[in-house]
Write a protein that binds this ligand. Sequence first.
Ligand SMILES: [Zn+2]
Ligand SMILES: [Zn+2]
Length: 105
Amino acid sequence: MTDPITCPECEGKRGQQLGPLFLACLFCGGRGWVGADNEPAEACQKPPPPPPTATDHKVWTDPYIAAAFPCRMCFGSKQVTHVDEDSGVLMTSTCPCSVEPAPGA
Ligand SMILES: [Zn+2]
Ligand SMILES: [Zn+2]
């Protein structure tokens, strides 16, 4: 939070007079000043953080939740559902956690 200053775009004139039209300054929103709680330009500078992947979600740092579900892929149901990208069909397959190791392997 900064102290309000005169808008550098419109120099405090709140916009631009174009004949009969008055265009409100987009930078300060027609107020003639920026700063304090009026910082539209700064508000959209931060891009949102990328969404975490399912198995990387911070919920798994909770030991109670991690212990409650034996598998992060299927949550213990032994089946995982995903969309087949080629056909666009919802597929259900056996979770790797329930696949029995081959005899002798
Ligand atoms: Zn302005
Ligand atoms: Zn599983």
